[in-house]
Design a protein around this ligand. Structure first.
Ligand code: SAM
Length: 258
């Protein structure tokens, strides 16, 4: 498993936490006793959950020790556990399973999402946000360079680096027949970024990791410099000289039948 870098991830923490806040804003629970934050990362999404449900037992799960260490430092009163969310089963049915920017790393959503919904207490909520940015220049260019020599041999089959999302309508069809209600929407955020380097730094903390981390240091530097050059061509400067990073995200709030 490739290591996550909490410091790099936190560099754009405000921008990354905004979707978590907006997802939580659509969770229609008055109260909760047990809440899980799947793929809690450095605890930014967990902090929102702990503030919204102060009397709940909020638990963060992640499979990265470095992320868990950062989360424990940030929220010492919250239990954080090492777990693979692809296989995880709650010991008792929770009222809320929350996964912000996390489930896109786990395969087989057709089995996983119904299983998570069914694991909830009656009337509970499954709240998910996933980046839906594979067709954006940031992600198209990662794959494009990875398919070229000399990177292709080290990186391997790029289609295996992150599972494909199913698509908005398919997620609705998957959950609606077994849920009391499914609220699903897609938002395209527009982040003003200082320059191409800033866009590279953003994705270096997340989606670019599986492409760059397997490369030897000299190839990493070459890959990143070529990637930055192509990013500079793909995003043109706006009136203030900044580049607008379009970032589509898919949101789902599904309620378990009472
Ligand atoms: C992009 S971060 C999201 C962090 C936080 N939830 C937020 O809202 O910003 C994704 C997290 O998912 C975790 N993750 C990836 N695959 C996982 C898995 N199979 N099981 C548990 N956590 C996983 C990573 O370690 C990382 O901390």
């Amino acid at each position: 498993m490739l290591a996550w870098n909490p410091a790099l991830y936190r560099r754009y923490e405000d921008e990354r936490t905004r979707p978590a806040r907006e997802l939580l804003g659509q969770v229609p629970l008055e109260s909760a006793r047990r809440v899980y934050d799947l793929g809690c990362g450095p605890g930014n999404s967990t902090a929102l959950l702990a503030a919204r449900f102060p009397s709940a037992r909020v638990i963060g799960l992640d499979n990265s020790e470095s992320m868990l260490t950062a989360a424990r430092e940030r929220l010492p009163q919250v239990p954080f556990e090492l777990a693979d969310m692809g296989r995880w089963q709650p010991p008792e049915p929770p009222d809320l399973i929350f996964a912000n920017a996390a489930l896109q790393w786990v395969p087989d959503h057709a089995a996983l999402l119904p299983r998570l919904l069914d694991a909830l207490a009656p009337g509970g909520a499954l709240a998910i946000q996933m980046p839906d940015n594979r067709d954006e220049p940031t992600h198209r260019l990662m794959r494009e360079i990875a398919a070229e020599a000399p990177y292709a041999q080290a990186i391997g089959d790029v289609s295996k680096l992150r599972p494909e999302l199913l698509g908005l309508a398919a997620y609705y069809d998957l959950l609606a027949p077994r849920a009391a209600r499914v609220d699903i929407w897609r938002t395209i955020y527009q982040h003003p970024m200082a320059d191409a380097r800033a866009i590279v730094d953003w994705v270096r903390g997340t989606g670019l990791r599986p492409f760059v981390d397997p490369l030897a240091p000299d190839l990493q530097a070459r890959y990143l410099s070529e990637y930055e050059r192509r990013i500079g061509h793909a995003y043109c400067a706006r009136a203030d000289g900044r580049l607008l990073l379009a970032f589509p995200r898919l949101f789902i709030v599904a309620l378990r039948k009472p």
